[in-house]
Write a protein that binds this ligand. Structure first.
Ligand code: PPS
Length: 300
């Protein structure tokens, strides 16, 4: 059964509550505990590339960027296969990952401690995409409201509380980023969503250097063009229109794609509360997020 068919079983009346598994929260049934336990022994290949993210941090965007980079910017690579099959999630579709041609692009939202042991050895590479957590929360809140396989959050305040407590899909953002930063993976490139918004060209150049790949400026330009918010929202292979049963409105997956939208959702009190939690939980990690960008000038 395809991963989409499995998700379709869980929508609407069959909606299960999230349940804890080794310290994170998952959708029972959809995420199979036995499979997750077996992942420890998953065979990591030397030319594998893992895209690792906490949900709502730019996963789909990096998937498309990487497909284009591997195709030297040729956008035809985005014409036939949907993202979740071309760059499948190891967490929920291990079989698909095993069928991929090499070099494989593998996606995962899992914390480092649940990943295959083989990832820490060998020469497989990891791109970790992080996003400022206030925008992650807002994106996650809207995603959960729009999705038919997750319970509708009551209101923003209770979702914020659940996020801080790590009681959302995939568990704690703080533990996710901490675990991946502490793992000291020998071939890990850390990228932020905000850097991608500010200057995707530079991020693509950094990725090429990391992979030892040479792309011409024209090819880089093509990667940037075909992975833009507008292009991905339009493309049926990337915009979730092929998974329409899973959402109230599938193309709302591409909601705003902005930095700083949190300011339209957090009250001053909520922002100060989150800042205090952030200071305490992130102390010593040395990460610096961009929380806002100047408004774009209207085009004349
Ligand atoms: S998921 O469900 O965890 O895989 O979601 P994920 O892909 O990590 O994150 C979804 C957010 O990323 C935004 N997005 C983009 N922003 C800018 N440019 C491009 N090309 C792009 N593609 C996806 C998407 O709109 C979600 O953010 P919000 O803030 O909700 O708009």
């Amino acid at each position: 059964m395809s991963v989409l068919d499995r998700f379709n079983l869980y929508v609407g009346d069959n909606l299960p509550s999230l349940s804890p598994f080794r310290g994170i929260y998952l959708i029972p049934g959809l995420y199979n505990e036995e499979t997750l336990k077996d992942l420890e022994h998953f065979d990591v290949l030397d030319d594998d590339l893992f895209i690792i993210t906490y949900p709502k941090s730019g996963t789909n965007w990096m998937q498309v960027v990487m497909r284009l980079v591997y195709a030297d910017g040729d956008h035809k690579c985005l014409e036939d296969v949907v993202s979740w099959e071309a760059t499948p999630w190891l967490d929920i579709d291990k079989d698909k990952v095993e069928q991929l041609p090499r070099p494989r692009i593998i996606t995962s939202h899992l914390p480092h401690r649940l990943m295959p042991r083989g990832l820490q050895e060998g020469s497989a590479k990891v791109i970790y995409v992080a996003r400022n957590p206030k925008d992650v929360i807002v994106s996650f809140y809207h995603f959960q409201k729009n999705s038919r396989f997750l319970e509708n959050p009551n209101d923003f305040q209770s979702f914020l509380q659940m996020f801080i407590d790590g009681k959302v899909l995939m568990g704690s953002w703080f533990e996710h980023i901490q675990g991946w930063m502490d793992c000291k993976h020998p071939h890990l490139l850390y990228v932020t969503y905000e850097d991608m918004v500010k200057d995707l060209r530079s991020v693509v150049r950094r990725i090429c250097t990391f992979l030892g790949k040479t792309l011409t400026e024209v090819q880089i330009e093509s990667v940037v063009k075909h992975s833009s918010f507008t292009a991905m929202k339009k493309n049926p292979m990337t915009n979730y229109s092929k998974a329409e049963k899973l959402f109230e409105e599938a193309t709302k997956f591409f909601r705003k794609g902005k930095v700083g939208d949190w300011k339209n959702h957090f009250t001053v009190a909520q922002s100060e509360w989150f800042d205090a939690v952030y200071q305490e939980r992130m102390a010593g990690l040395g990460l610096d997020f961009t929380w806002d960008l100047p408004a774009e000038k209207p085009s004349s």
